[in-house]
Design a protein around this ligand. Structure first.
Ligand code: 5AD
Ligand code: SF4
Length: 455
């Protein structure tokens, strides 16, 4: 038995990829551990989206190097170190130069080749030549075809399932089109097979993942058709999807939200900014107005839908008036959840080369103001649930003894006193209290479920 430690940074797609890497390495005798110090193989699955995320990779490599030395020093054997993910893709050569501890670098489309690469690295042992670099040629077909063959093992009740990768939108701030390549959608049959397998292992909820998941299109299959089909799989009671682009919201997706009971009332639909001038400079291909119309149509289809978003403050050229337009849009939308980021110039993206970069102090001040507004909206959304009875999927033990925790349809964490025999089940909970990031409640009867949530 060999020990595998994978550390995952960034988005849910990386979480999915990390699980699949563990799956393809299992036949080689690798068993996952959550301790890096005695791992035989360490994989860092990295994120390149903002500078801070990237810097974490290098900081972690410093710590890994110390662990590797300590392990060898104690006679506990070697430690192979691989860097995967988006930093690997974007900065492979730089990683090899900056961090001699790294044995191999592997981009997101090449994970299916990990077994061969690791086997080679192991065979060569301490004398191996460093420098295996495997970056994507952006042929996701090969990756998914090979990953299909690896048995997917899941222990939880909620799972991620990648259905689409890549991005053709080229927002001027974003590295994703360069690290993940062009938009590509997996064949529906493969997705249905994977979802069926997950349901057979007790998974009750799947989140369909894609950088532009609502652009999913394969052989006439749209995301909405996929959702309707997956909803019919026995045991699969909840379906979610993320992340969507406002440009790709379609009629059939609105309709699915109105009609498919298993489709959860939650939509992560990043808008990034509220000023049309900034949106144009970002190459977003939508306006504040068209975004608000999309939200309205979604609310017409599913009145209780929880809206979530991403925001960037301090994009080059953003004036105080532009920023206030973002605050206005936020007030108009009323979010259930949201993420706000300071603009981070990324090498090779058009915005990094734009003039009128916004000073750090201004970014900080705007982030604080936007953060406070969003926080207040999240609290308000959560408080509005007090007194309602929501179906909760219990997916983990709580922090305190006798507590379990789960997720509401609106993706809120719900904590309550209940026996852990309820884990994996969906049961009604009457909400008794709310904070900005979680709810507490008590078990209720199915007949008490609120309004649109009653089956
Ligand atoms: N700077 C700051 N935030 C960014 N995001 C993407 N690129 C950048 C960047 N260069 C944010 C966007 C996106 C989320 C995943 O990360 O808001 O929706
Ligand atoms: Fe980060 Fe984007 Fe890569 Fe996800 S796809 S890990 S968010 S850079």
């Amino acid at each position: 038995m060999k020990r595998l430690f994978i550390k995952t940074y960034g988005c849910q797609m990386n979480v999915y990829d990390s699980e699949r890497m563990a799956d393809v390495l299992r036949p080689l005798g690798y068993v996952s551990t959550d301790r890096p110090d005695d791992a035989d193989l360490v994989v860092l699955n990295t994120c390149h989206i903002r500078e801070k995320a990237t810097e974490k990779t290098y900081a972690e490599l410093g710590r890994i190097k110390a662990l590797q030395r300590a392990k060898a020093g104690d006679g506990r054997g070697g430690m192979t170190v691989a860097v995967a993910g988006c930093v690997a893709q974007a900065e492979g050569a730089e990683i090899m130069a900056r961090a001699p501890v790294v044995d191999l670098v592997v981009g997101p489309q090449s994970y299916h080749q990990l077994p061969e690469l690791i086997a080679q690295a192991e065979q060569a042992g301490a004398s191996r030549p460093r420098g295996e670099r495997l970056l994507a040629e952006f042929a996701p077909e090969a990756k998914f075809d090979r990953l299909e063959g690896a048995t997917r093992r899941r222990s939880g009740y909620s799972a991620f399932l990648t259905v689409q990768e890549g991005c053709d939108k080229f927002c001027t701030f974003c590295v994703v089109p360069y690290t993940r390549g062009a938009e590509w959608s997996r064949p529906a049959g493969d997705i249905i097979r994977e979802a069926t397998g997950l349901a057979q292992q007790g998974v009750r909820e799947v989140t369909l993942l894609g950088q532009n998941v609502n652009a999913y299109l394969n052989n006439g299959w749209t995301l909405a058709r996929l959702i309707r089909t997956l909803a019919a799989i026995p045991g699969l009671d909840r379906i979610r999807y993320t992340t969507s682009h406002p440009r790709d919201m379609s009629e059939d997706l609105f309709a699915a939200h109105a009609e498919v009971q298993a489709l959860m009332p939650y939509l992560h639909l990043p808008v990034q900014a509220g000023s049309d001038r900034v949106l144009k400079a970002m190459n977003r291909a939508h306006t504040a107005e068209s975004y608000l119309r999309t939200v309205e149509r979604m609310r017409a289809a599913r009145p209780d839908i929880a809206i979530s978003g991403d925001f960037i403050v301090g994009f080059p050229g953003e004036s105080e008036a532009d920023f206030e337009a973002t605050l206005d849009l936020v007030r108009a939308v009323r979010h259930a959840s949201a993420y706000a980021f300071k603009y981070s110039p990324r090498p090779g993206t058009p915005a990094a080369a734009m003039g009128r970069q916004v000073p750090e102090a201004v970014k900080n001040e705007r982030l604080q103001r936007l953060g406070a507004l969003l926080e207040a909206q999240m609290t308000e959304f959560n408080l509005a649930q007090v007194g309602r009875t929501l179906p909760v999927l219990f997916d983990r033990r709580g922090r305190r003894p006798g507590q379990i925790a789960g997720k509401s349809p609106y993706l809120q964490s719900v904590h309550l006193q209940a026996p852990d025999t309820l884990l994996g089940q969906i049961a009604p909970v009457t909400i008794t209290a709310a904070a900005s990031r979680s709810l507490t409640g008590v078990l209720a009867q199915p007949a008490e479920l609120s309004g649109e949530l009653a089956a």
